[in-house]
Ligand binder design. Structure first.
Ligand SMILES: [Zn+2]
Length: 256
């Protein structure tokens, strides 16, 4: 199989490991979008400016990382707008034009009372709440690229790429390592790396069907990884493992 395209996205930056992580990604020439938390950017503005100047893209991941189904619509609007202003000002200080406005919900929770279980057929979506927040994003000029090279049925059926917020096709799930009750039994770096070899890696957002996925599929991927202090020491090993796979890291500048 030819190399397939993978777009790397990293959520929850910037933490204490941020500078090392971006340096490593720069060294390995991996284009990356960092979905950043507003209040963390306020603590490390210089590192965000450095990141922009290194050619990476900074995107919006809310101000305080709430579950959007658990907050009011007014709070949701505020979380998005406040962070948008922070990003705008950091781009201005960096001297580099902001290339696009991109947003991802914390926990993939669109605020529609499905609590991030986007593939679950058992949870109903609150259309009013969902539409309100999508509207806030649209008015601010946010977009999600169409990702034409992602051709998974489970993605097509859920229409996730029609929404303005960013989705993902493969979660590395390294965040599970340090949980009291690890999700899907992923409790070590080894189990993370082992899961990366599976043809139908399970997902915690609901049932994806029996479609072959990840390395067994030719579809492009939007990969989700996190900038968490608890897994700072695992970051390079995960990147190295990704580099050993048949992946071509996609550039975001070509996306529409
Ligand atoms: Zn997050």
């Amino acid at each position: 199989m030819n190399n397939k395209t993978a777009y790397l996205t990293i959520d929850d930056s910037p933490t204490s490991g941020f500078r090392d992580k971006m340096s490593y990604l720069k060294e390995k020439h991996i284009p990356t979008v960092f979905f950043c938390i507003g209040q963390l950017m306020e603590e490390r503005p210089d590192e965000i400016i450095e990141c922009i100047q290194k050619g990476f893209i900074i995107a919006n991941h809310s101000y305080s990382h709430p579950a959007f189904s658990k907050i009011s619509l007014e709070q949701a609007k505020d979380e998005i707008e406040k962070t948008d202003e922070i990003i705008e000002s950091l781009y201005q200080k960096s001297g580099i034009k902001r290339p696009a406005k991109w947003f991802r919900f914390p926990y993939g929770d669109k605020g529609d009372l499905k609590h991030g279980k986007v593939f679950s057929i058992w949870r109903r979506s609150d259309k009013k709440r969902k539409d309100y927040i999508q509207n806030v994003l649209q008015k601010l000029g946010y977009t999600q690229p169409s990702f034409d090279d992602v051709n998974y049925n489970f993605m097509r059926k859920s229409n996730l790429f029609l929404d303005i917020d960013w989705s993902w096709t493969f979660d590395i799930m390294e965040w599970s390592i340090n949980q009291k009750k690890p999700t899907l039994g992923i409790s070590s770096l080894q189990s993370v790396l082992k899961r990366m070899q599976k043809q139908r890696p399970s997902d915690c957002r609901g049932f994806l069907g029996f479609e072959k996925r990840w390395l067994a599929s030719a579809s492009a991927e939007v990969i989700l990884l996190h900038d968490h202090e608890e897994t700072n020491q695992d970051f390079n090993a995960i990147i190295d493992a990704l580099l050993e796979l048949n992946l071509e890291f996609g550039s975001f500048s070509a996306l529409k």
